[in-house]
Ligand binder design. Structure first.
Ligand code: GAR
Length: 200
């Protein structure tokens, strides 16, 4: 376990899974202030091992009665508490409602494992495989309330190979995401740098 980093971050990362994209973001030395997860997951350990605060905003309801607005308010509160000024979703398993996009207008980024606008949704890799396409890829975009929409910042394609499983194809895509997403986040942060609040 590394020593905690000084609080120098402006970026909040949202994750739910194995955190391999988060690992790449941290490895690129981006200014991560906090990692927020919606369930206990490896991404929490990845954050802690890097000395970055990890905050579990536990989602307990996965049914139709889920209060998305109330949950989103808790996520926004966690991000604000850590002085976040831009957000990077890295495999976050909960669709957030308008409040997060209003609080960080044009400053919520997402990486998606397909060439948007093709194959939106949580099962993008499986959908590409089932569609029999020869190529798929990943897209980094500015996220909006409409899921997997918003201005595209970067895209890169990967081939679908004979005998691919969902896992093998997803891993090929993630290998690209681990390079493309941190690089795109870095350029994005540079481009909004003069609009960031200076903290003392
Ligand atoms: C990434 O492939 C990311 O694009 C995807 O989750 C994976 C996270 O990987 N996100 C989505 O599908 C969102 N629609 P990780 O848990 O290994 O970091």
């Amino acid at each position: 376990m590394q020593q905690p980093r000084p609080d120098r971050g402006v970026l909040g990362v949202l994750a739910s899974g194995t955190g391999s994209i988060l690992e790449a973001i941290l490895g690129a030395d981006l200014p991560v202030a906090v990692v927020v997860v919606d369930r206990p997951c490896r991404a929490m350990d990845v954050a802690r091992d890097a000395g970055v605060p990890a905050q579990l905003v536990a989602r307990t309801d996965f049914g139709a009665a889920f209060d998305r607005a109330a949950y989103t308010a808790r996520v926004v509160e966690a991000l604000e508490r850590h002085g976040v000024q831009a957000v990077a979703m890295a495999g976050f398993g909960t669709v957030l409602s308008a409040a997060v996009f209003e609080r960080f207008p044009g400053r919520v980024l997402n990486t998606h494992p397909a060439l948007l606008p093709a194959f939106k949704g949580w099962h993008a890799v499986r959908a590409a495989l089932e569609a029999g396409v020869a190529e798929t890829g990943c897209t980094v975009h500015i996220a909006t309330e409409a899921v997997d929409e918003g201005p595209i910042l970067a895209q890169e394609s990967v081939p679908v190979l004979p005998g691919d499983s969902e896992d093998s194809l997803h891993e090929r895509i993630k290998a690209v995401e681990r390079r493309l997403y941190p690089a795109t986040i870095a350029s994005f942060l540079t481009s909004i740098n003069d609009k960031l609040e200076t903290r003392t």
